[in-house]
Design a protein. Structure first.
Length: 384
């Protein structure tokens, strides 16, 4: 493998990286990229390892560069020992599915704030660099959403979210949807304060709807049948079951979708360029891939029909209220456009994969991985 160079053209020395939450969606792609494209080694921490099982079998050329530790960071003293022997710590561990925010607010707040506190403390105490995964949801609602619908001021610049300028706007406390964004925000403030007062070297990453293979689960196949994953898995499951896609409150919310492999390239740049990334917060997303949830449903339906060879059904979507879909206390983020100035200037990073292409790659994976199992689930339901 050719030696890797940082953005200044200097050779990068191999690092030992402790990844907490390595067994999740982002963790699995990050582990792949680190093992396949770099010489860094990984201490992988998670409660689950199904999504990285393919990286853990012995005898591969990377096998001596990854060790898996089945640890719950809530109550395992091993966490500090692993941090002590690492050069960099990446914390991805979280409850991060919106259906949980208003129905399991305590678990959400504990997972995204309380459970992460020791990790920050161990990094400060042991002088380790921390790359902490936060979320674009810390911005909450946009300033633009408070303008009247016909206001001439409703222009994109009221919706673009800037790391060092935009305020964080959450709903009232009974709208428990914001338990996640609020817990993440307080953790960001704590990490930032550790940097300012105790010299913690940190980078905070705010992902904007990263999408790709291995995201979440298909209920009843590799996850609980009544659980509700994020929109990609919800829509994939409906397409495979040949059911209409449910549009929460008409699907008017807008998101920008970023392909996971583009996003992982940004994370590698953060890991390998500490001088450019330390003491900074980065939006990582793709503003070119903006779509309303309704538009997302339309594109996913067209792409899935092409991949599966099925014809387009007459009824592709149905509307559902957020109260019926998520329950009491749900409120939506209206629109999220990442400002890209900082990430472009500091990391020289730009995402390249279009919405259509990322959906084609991802739905091909969903179809190959799940369609048979979903068919079996459906026929079992009909026969009982
Ligand atoms: P994920 O749920 O797939 O991964 C999280 C992983 O953390 C899981 O494997 C889970 O088992 C593990 N984990 C949770 N609690 C743990 C604990 N106590 N001990 C050990 N492991 C634990 O989620 P993801 O999409 O990969 O997201 C990773 C991070 O990025 C999260 O912090 C999330 O808030 C943030 N994020 C992701 C997105 C996105 O687009 N995917 C968007 C915004 C923020
Ligand atoms: N959504 C939807 N139908 C579904 C699942 C989600 O309309 O079956 C909507 C949800 O209300 C939100 C958007 O899709 O407006 C994105 O939801 P996701 O769960 O992916 O996470 P978020 O971007 O809100 O963090």
């Amino acid at each position: 493998m050719a030696p890797r160079l940082d953005l200044e053209g200097r050779c990068i020395q191999p690092l030992k990286i402790c990844i907490i939450g390595a067994g999740g969606f982002i963790g699995s792609h990050l582990c792949e990229a680190l093992l396949w494209n770099t010489e860094h080694s990984i201490l992988a921490v998670d409660i689950f390892c199904d999504k990285i099982q393919h990286l853990l079998s012995p005898g591969e050329e990377w096998s001596n560069r990854i060790d898996f530790f089945m640890i719950n960071i809530k109550h395992d003293p091993q966490t500090e020992n692993l941090i002590k022997i690492s050069d960099v710590v990446i914390n991805l561990a979280a409850i991060c599915t919106p259906a949980d925010y208003n129905t399991r607010p305590l678990d959400t707040i504990y997972s995204n704030f309380i459970d992460a506190l020791p990790v920050v403390r161990y990094c400060t105490d042991n002088n380790k660099r921390l790359i902490h995964f936060s979320t674009c949801e810390v911005y909450g609602k946009t300033i633009g959403c408070f303008l009247p619908n016909d206001s001439p001021l409703r222009k994109d610049n009221f919706y673009v979210l800037k790391e060092d300028e935009s305020p964080c706007i959450f709903g009232s406390i009974d709208k428990q949807r914001w338990s996640y964004g609020c817990a993440k925000q307080l953790l960001e403030r704590l990490v930032y304060a550790e940097g300012a007062e105790n010299d913690l070297k940190f980078t905070i990453v705010r992902p904007f709807n990263w999408i790709g293979p291995r995201m979440d689960f298909i209920p009843g196949v590799d996850g609980p049948s009544h659980a509700v994953p994020r929109v990609l898995a919800c829509f994939s499951m409906a397409l495979m079951k040949e059911e209409p896609l449910k549009l929460v409150d008409g699907g008017k919310a807008q998101r920008t979708f970023c392909y996971i492999k583009d996003a992982i390239d940004a994370v590698l740049r953060i890991i390998e360029n500490p001088d450019r990334a330390n003491m900074r917060i980065f939006n990582v997303g793709n503003p070119m891939n903006e779509a309303s949830v309704k538009e997302l449903a339309e594109v996913m339906t067209d792409v899935y029909c092409k991949i599966s060879g099925k014809s387009k059904p007459n009824l592709t979507t149905i509307d559902i209220s957020s109260k019926e879909f998520y329950g009491e206390g749900y409120e939506d983020s209206d629109r999220r456009i990442p400002d890209m100035k900082l990430v472009t200037r500091q990391l020289e990073w730009q995402p390249t994969t279009s919405l259509h292409d990322l959906l084609e790659f991802t739905l091909a994976y969903q179809h190959k991985t799940y369609s048979q199992a979903v068919r079996e689930c459906v026929s079992k339901t009909f026969s009982t």
